[in-house]
Design a protein around this ligand. Sequence first.
Ligand code: AGP
Length: 606
Amino acid sequence: MCGIIGIIDLSGDVSERLFKGLKLLEYRGYDSAGMAVIDDNRLHVVKDRGRIDEIHEKYDFLTLKGNIGIAHTRWATHGAPDKVNAHPHIDCMGSIAVVHNGIIENFMDLKTELMEQGHRFRSRTDTEVIAHLFEEYLKNEADVETAFVKTLRKLDGAYALAVLTVKEPQKIFCARVDSPLVLGVEGEKVYCSSDIPSLLPFTNKIVPLEDGEYAVLTPGNIMIKRISDGSPVRRAFKELDMGIDEAKKDGYPHYMLKEIYEQPYSIRYALGIQRNYLELMADFIDRSSRLYIVAAGTSYHAGVVGSYIFSRLARIPGLPVIASEFVSRYGDSISVEDSILAISQSGETRDVLWAVEQAKIRGATILAVVNVLASTLTRISRIYLHQQSGPEIGVAATKTYTGQLAVLYKIGFTLARKRGKLGQDEMDRFVDELNKVPEVVEILLKRCDHDMRKLANEIKDSKYVIFLGRGVNTATAYEGRLKLMEISYIPSLAYPAGENKHGPISLIERGIPVIGLVQDDETKKLMISNLHEVRSRGAKTYVISSIDDNDIREVSDVLIKVPQVSAIFTPIVYAIPLQLLAYYTSVLRGLDPDKPRNLAKSVTVI
Ligand code: AGP
């Protein structure tokens, strides 16, 4: 996730406001930054690796003079976080500048085509293809707006764009597909940005841009059209009455709820991971004699789901191990034929780093799934996959969990294809369903929010809560327990439902809430009978399931129905109501879900 901003103001220089806006966007990414202005019909660009203040210290952004400009703060997705990959990106002639947030999924094909046409690329980013593509269209298209629309129609993927060209020195061309972009206006001044808070110091008159729209900004005017057919869109501005802090949460009361609702985007970003990186990761896993999946907390739960996925799809046994236990449990048996798949959103969890370092000493291959580029784990891994969830501010992991699952599904399918374990039709059906998960999550968020708020009110004073699952959703039960426990402080338990009769069932008494997860596979009947066992002893059963039949209804005091998906995808879908349940329970108990007591976002101590 990156931050972009653009400003036109004929009455004065824009660099100081671009800088101020960038600082407010810094939470979206901070490994490199840059700014471009047009002055005297020439493009001037300053950019470098590092945080905004460091670059400002070095170059002084305010020396850039001009009444029109764009700027960018980066959360690297393609290409290391360094100067050449920093935005803005320019075309061959240095007459076009582009800043971008998102992922251009077909950038390799476009880049190959443009290089064959003679374009010279400087960076390894996906974004740079936009500048050269626009340049190519401008060679044969006199109308700049038409060339811009032709450029957009060639792009696949998600993007929020702001583009300058010296051919139209008083216009900014913007566009939005599956990446946030808002516009602002204040008299003759016009603005575009990735979020509202970065515009509030300059204007509270906001014009939202919707997915599939582009806009041409000129002094005092915003023209919006649809990318698909160029049809004009009339949209009045909204006069907002909110502070910056409230706006940083996009109007949500807490970062955690904002991040829960970002999941349709963040899952889609994770699913857009480049195929060549997946193939490389799959090669290493395929060649390993043993695969250990090492992580902590929520990431460990993702790893447990991953072990089911790899076994079900590719017949590969992956052993999930809690990071702090890894060395004492397996340290002596690690060898050079083994691979460690470390999963860590921060890439700084000390337990994980320690386990990985010890395995590396013993010759194992280190692979990783991370969310923070340039984190320690990325530097000590042989290869890593970037889940592209964007910064997660809430201490409780939500979008990074489903982002990890999305990446693990992609690895699982890549492995299954490589090992010929799935027929092409079955593979196509699964992959097609996986690509629809972001839409399913979007529908589910709308549908279950009210139910989970109601359910939170029922359990908020419970002595303790029990989560039960089987098979692929045992880990989902673990995750639901952790979410509830860490932000509402209600003692919670989770274990495979089959374990009930081996002891924990003694905890069941009248009125104890049991959250049961049921999916439509070989575990369904057993799970239903486990729920009957606890219900007959007085437990109140709250069942989350994509199944809605008499058996399920008979065992549920409350049934939270989620959209139908194949059993293997239920962990990513069932996580959503559990996140909302934890969030609303915490709030109803008068707690701050963003900052739970005793916890830190990244546990960098052993
Ligand atoms: C999850 O809600 C917690 N914040 C915590 O368990 C977290 O998942 C764990 O500390 C691992 O963090 P990592 O993914 O950054 O390694």
